[in-house]
Design a protein around this ligand. Sequence first.
Ligand code: OXD
Ligand code: MN
Length: 586
Amino acid sequence: MSKSEAVERWVDEIAAKTKPDEVVWCDGSEGEKARLTEEAVRRGDLIPLAQEKLPGCYLHRSHPSDVARTEHLTFICTTTKDEAGPNNNWMAPGEARDKVGRLFEGSMRGRTLYVVPFVMGPIGSRFSQVGIEITDSIYVVLNMRIMTRMGNVAWAELGGGADFTRCLHSLGDLSPDRRYILHFPQDNEIWSIGSGYGGNALLGKKCLALRIASYLGWKQGWMAEHMLILGLQSPDGEIHYITGAFPSACGKTNLAMLVPPPSLAAKGWKVWTVGDDIAWLRIGDDGRLWAVNPEAGFFGVAPGTGTKTNPNAMATITRNTIFTNVALKPDGTVWWEGHDAPPAPGMLDWQGKPWNPSGADKAAHPNSRFTAPASQCPVISPEWENPSGVPISAMLFGARRQRVVPLVYQAFDWQHGTFLGATLSSETTAASTGKVGVMRRDPMAMLPFCGYNMANYWGHWLDMGRRAAKPPQIFRVNWFRTDESGKFLWPGFGENLRVLKWVLDRCRGGGEAEETAIGHVPTLRAIDRDGLDLSDDVMRQLLRVDRAEWIEAAHRQREYFETFGNRLPRGIRQEHEALASRVAGK
Ligand code: OXD
Ligand code: MN
């Protein structure tokens, strides 16, 4: 199957505008990978690591002003501002095409234009979507090769048609003053200029698989969510699939690859990874929600990743991995804060400067990353490329909250669960530029990724619940509650399995819970603490629901919901009113 006329026309049009020296159509072959890698090394875009220790691994250093997603430069260009909603930056499509179109004029002069056809989702699946990224960054091509199913396979999937997302990317001059990440959901199109980093530049990920896909899902009756997918195997050998929405850099990759603590592993508990960042969900013939991971790789946060926190990630990134903005050791291996190995003398920091271990600067950038094939994960689920997806039993909403929110609780039903997602808020992390540790509302962990008005998105959630005969159970989790001295109360990481176990018990009609004003909270002994040294007193603090704190929380929620005016769905308003009166004891 060859490319369609629509593709050829679009590429010609972009080439005429951006004026590259050369146009290269990528086929996804091994030979092409070798050629591009060699070229990237020659140009200094990739630094080869010690190949005997880290075969196929390279280091990339981005421009120091281009190290994270830039949400303030990310726009949704719908016909009206109201369609984009208060949750998005908006630019009128005409103005956007005019203003940013000018920046693309001649932007690829002296460079190569790569045409990167790719598929998001398993090949031959009704879930999958084709995208074509035009880019002048060889680093982007090599990352897209890991993160998506890239190359000739996409032409077959496209079947000679024109139904693909047009993804146009140019490094431009890398100036934040001329950096824009624009989405035209109504035209199935993305334009990104001025950044070569992560979600700003690998357009299959946040731009297509979340912002554009969330809009397509709304129009077509499916969902695109910022969720990991894992398979939880219980001692009886059954596997139940769970999705989890957490804001960026809140441990989705760790949870997706969780290693059970010894006491539970001995009983036969096991976790399988299906995806660590994005889930596309559709209603199956059986009335359940089924999910696929649209990606083919992990673009994970390096700092904090070590053998203790995530041994499966550490095993995944020992080969064929691109590291971005980590530190380089003199032996040609890599390091970051939280790595198992001690920092080596003579290390270079993420900018390539000698690193001073007693200085204040970090060796690796806090948002430094690894890009690695999902197939290399030791616990990748045998179902991860199943074109039908996996059936979902439970959905988690999690965020970073030091106070107020218990370790886990269960929604009364789908509508209440949608409300729990809509009221998610979290302390910010380094995944986006801006201040770290500031509380912000992040509904469904989709604030930076929802391609349309969030109120309509909640309406779509409610609608999906009405259409699905057997929707998943919904839970709120919080691994990050602290004591008065700021110390985490819950050990997290592998021990989170104890919470998943209770979640699964609840899905199967068991698991002890107390009905509280906010939902079903586990009773003191309901979470399995066998082999874990955690006192009743700490468990009580973890599960505590403080009425005064919740009265205040409900008050804040009202102010937030008011920003959506009369677009706010009735179901969300009802849930808010019901919560406010329950916590007030009415
Ligand atoms: C990511 C993010 O890279 O959420 O996954 O920022
Ligand atoms: Mn993410």
